[in-house]
Design a protein around this ligand. Structure first.
Ligand code: 4NP
Length: 158
């Protein structure tokens, strides 16, 4: 059975689709595509069905040369059963995810994305939505760092 990762932010149009697509890019490079599956979701319903934000896609294209694929969906209760690990972009996302669970048995599946960073010291992936291009570039830098650490972690779990 492949290991299943779910990346979660507020809108599922900036940070979590970037995390999903960057992770897939690293997984492909490492040759682990058949053993690790990625998806993303938002805690809110604001942007259900939307493509990734244009400003986020531009930063991913410029900094990494990758396209961001996906359509926003909302995080739901079933995700706790369906995924092995759920990565929250910030603490508000983390709390919102746990509040969807009606039990504590899934708490161990939920982690903060920045726990997996080794070069950056920020504890959360900042919400870039109302800021300028620097915020979107910073999201990419943080997520590359976190995704590299996460890939090592998952490979060591297998
Ligand atoms: P995301 O960014 O959570 O990284 O997708 C946001 C997208 C939309 C909004 C806030 C953050 N919004 O308020 O609509």
């Amino acid at each position: 059975m492949p290991y299943k990762l779910l990346f979660v932010c507020l809108g599922n149009i900036c940070r979590s689709p970037s995390a999903e697509n960057i992770m897939n890019y690293l997984i492909e490079q490492a040759g682990w595509s058949d053993r690790i599956i990625c998806d993303s979701a938002g805690t809110s319903s604001y942007h259900i069905g939307s493509s990734p934000d244009r400003r986020m896609s531009a930063a991913a294209a410029t900094k990494l040369g990758i396209k961001l694929h996906g359509q926003a969906r909302q995080f739901h209760q079933q995700d706790f059963q369906d995924f092995d690990l759920i990565l929250a972009m910030d603490r508000a996302n983390y709390e919102d995810i746990l509040s969807v669970a009606r039990t504590e048995i899934y708490d161990h599946k939920v982690r903060l994305m920045c726990e997996f960073c080794s070069r950056h010291t920020l504890k959360e992936v900042p919400d870039p939505y109302y800021g300028g291009p620097d915020g979107f570039n910073q999201v990419i830098d943080l997520l590359v760092d976190a995704c590299e650490g996460l890939l090592t972690y998952v490979i060591n779990q297998q």
